[in-house]
Ligand binder design. Structure first.
Ligand code: ADP
Ligand code: MG
Length: 602
């Protein structure tokens, strides 16, 4: 038995490359312009290494000749000697970029794009023949000509190029003549090469390309620059509200800028929210995996030379390092938000309505994100000021957090709590239902909706009347019975209590757990009519209306009954327990009550 090397025959491999290696024909231009950019970058590196090469007026030009049906990509980079053409071009999958980098180890590696050694052959996806005219920078080098029509033989000989650099001439085949059109070429150059540092010309006219903003130090970028850059990436979007400039060296080398778009009615979710670059070369905008799902609505650009790309560089191979990368980006975003909270709280609070959903969904999905952002998880209080759970818990002996899903300022029930010095959080976003549940577990606290139970703090025992009638029944339960029978609502239990807020005629107590289940169902658009039918109406014996019912119940029982219904209707309204379709009925009922009362006055 013996071991031997598998042999690849070039007559077999070219058709394979042509057909299968690249999913997308258009990327031939990306590969050839990248090679031109590499060749120029190598000149820069050689110059810095003091190898005599002159710093030049570097330029890449792309020229289409509609008559000859050729497309030429030229550069004034390092060029190639005959030996180099044989080694790097004629040997498929032998990357000159890797060899160059191995030699100039300390050079600015990030600037060199190639490393698969296959890019050049993507030219055959669109061409029937490719020619190279090249002259190496090396002293005394002579120009070289190479030509190959995609079969396994090539011509190699003396060339015509008079100045340093390389022309790659593509003889486009019939089916690919679209690549002679200027608009098409411009579109492709804008897509793939807009962030190349070397000037690029198309048919003699410079295209708009240049360094991407992510390369600039965050401290020297202005807001205007960030916005301008955003519109370069997403021309049709409205201004974003906030951004995070990523500049990571460890454990990955990664740069980029991620933006929080304004999420309003104009917001359109898109698959193409992140543009991925590898050494400034556009790779793909279908790479959701680079961010955790909960950051899906962020938009921006990420450039990393460490990305695990497939050979065609068009897709990201989802592997462990991509997951690490995505976790790392999430961490950076959390850091940035925390930093903003600590240093520019005003601005942070201003942004909060636009970013809170992202933060909350992040917390629910990622424990590490929760740990990093719990200190910035702010809540609006009933009086319009801001607080955090931590702050509330420091004040509360029972470790209880009171909340309301309504932000109806001035409601009597808020006053009842405020009179006792208790803060109420407003939790009115969709994610708050699951978030509250999560925080209860994580922060060893209980959240209680202000109408979730009759909390002791709402009672005023000092004004409790303990009178009983001749049968020994308490005054308050008699009143409750009267109101209960007036309502004729079998699912509603009535209690009469001395509440601390006089202005509040009644309070509907709705079981906390059932209420949450209902909110959750409603959020999921599941019918929740069967949940929470049973309710308790607590009427306030310190309220003037309730006291009037008490006075009138014997002399004018019909009026007292109407008033009881009125109180119930008002309470439902104030706690948003009336379906909009029933508004009319409640209004009608209230009007009738007022009419009856008016008729009493002669
Ligand atoms: P890679 O770029 O991954 O190394 P390519 O197939 O794209 O692989 O290119 C192979 C090699 O050919 C390059 O590494 C480089 O040495 C050489 N080469 C290609 N194009 C040029 C060019 N325009 N100028 C100089 N050398 C080039
Ligand atoms: Mg290449």
């Amino acid at each position: 038995m013996r071991t031997n090397n598998l042999k690849i025959h070039s007559e077999n491999i070219l058709p394979i490359i042509k057909k299968w290696l690249y999913s997308d024909r258009e990327i031939f231009l990306r590969e050839l312009v990248s090679n031109a950019s590499d060749a120029i970058q190598k000149m820069r590196i050689l110059h810095e290494a003091g190898e005599g090469a002159a710093e030049g007026d570097f330029k890449i030009s792309v020229t289409a000749d509609k008559e000859k049906k050729t497309l030429t990509i030229s550069d004034n980079g390092v060029g190639m000697t005959e030996r180099e053409v044989e080694t790097y071009i004629a040997q498929i999958a032998f990357s000159g970029a890797e060899e160059f980098l191995a030699k100039y180890k300390d050079a600015d590696k990030e600037a060199i794009i190639g490393h698969f050694g296959l890019g050049f052959y993507s030219a055959y996806m669109v061409s029937s023949k490719v020619e190279i005219e090249t002259l190496s920078y090396e002293e005394g080098a002579s120009p070289v000509f190479w030509s190959c029509d995609g079969n396994s033989t090539y011509l190699l000989g003396e060339g015509k190029r008079a100045s340093r650099g390389t022309d790659i001439v593509l003889y486009l085949d019939e089916t690919n003549e679209e690549f002679l059109h200027e608009e098409k070429l411009l579109e492709l150059l804008n897509r793939y090469a807009r962030f190349f540092s070397t000037p690029i010309e198309l048919n003699g006219v410079p295209i708009q390309n240049g360094d991407p903003l992510w390369l600039k130090a965050p401290s020297s970028c202005t807001d205007e620059e960030y916005l301008e850059f955003y519109h370069k990436l997403f021309p049709l979007d409205q201004d974003p509200i906030f951004w995070v400039h990523l500049n990571v060296d460890y454990p990955f080398k990664l740069q980029g800028i991620l933006y929080f778009p304004k999420i309003d009615t104009n917001f359109e979710p898109t698959e193409k929210s992140i543009q991925l670059f590898c050494n400034r070369v556009f790779v793909s905008d279908h790479c959701r995996d680079i961010l955790p799902r909960y950051l899906n609505m962020l938009r921006g650009a990420i450039d990393s030379a460490d990305l695990p790309l497939n050979v065609s560089r068009s897709t990201l191979q989802v592997d462990r390092s991509v997951r690490q990368l995505s976790a790392h980006i999430a961490k950076k975003i959390a850091d940035r938000l925390t930093g903003l909270y600590r240093t520019e709280k005003e601005r942070f609070l201003q942004l909060w309505p636009d970013i809170e959903t992202v933060v909350k969904v992040g917390i629910l999905n990622d424990e590490k994100f929760f740990e990093k952002t719990k200190e910035i998880l702010v809540w609006k209080k009933h009086d319009g000021s801001w607080t955090t759970i931590q702050e509330i818990l420091e004040k509360s002996e029972e470790k209880k957090v009171f909340y309301s899903t309504e932000d109806h300022k001035g409601a009597a029930i808020f006053d009842a709590y405020r009179n006792k010095g208790i803060d109420i959080l407003i939790a009115n976003t969709n994610v708050d239902v699951p978030l509250i549940h999560y925080l209860e577990e994580k922060m060893a606290t209980t959240f209680q909706r202000i109408d979730g139970s009759l909390d002791d703090c709402l009672l005023d025992p000092s004004r409790e009347k303990n009178m009983v009638d001749e049968t020994g029944k308490a005054y308050s339960s008699l009143l409750a019975d009267f109101i209960g029978s007036a309502l004729k609502e079998s699912e509603v239990t009535v209690e009469a209590k001395s509440l601390a807020a006089d202005a509040l005629p009644g309070l509907l107590v709705l079981d906390e757990q059932q209420r949450r289940a209902r909110d959750y169902f409603v959020m999921q658009k599941i019918n929740a009519a069967h949940i929470l039918k049973k309710k308790t109406l607590v009427v306030n014996t310190n309220n003037k209306l309730v006291q009037a019912i008490d006075r009138l119940q014997h002399e004018h029982p019909d009026i007292a009954q109407e008033m009881a219904k009125g109180i119930y209707g008002l309470t439902l309204l104030s706690q948003r327990e009336v379906e909009p379709k029933d508004f009319e009925q409640v209004i009608k009922q209230q009007t009738e009550i007022l009419e009856r009362l008016a008729s009493l006055i002669k």
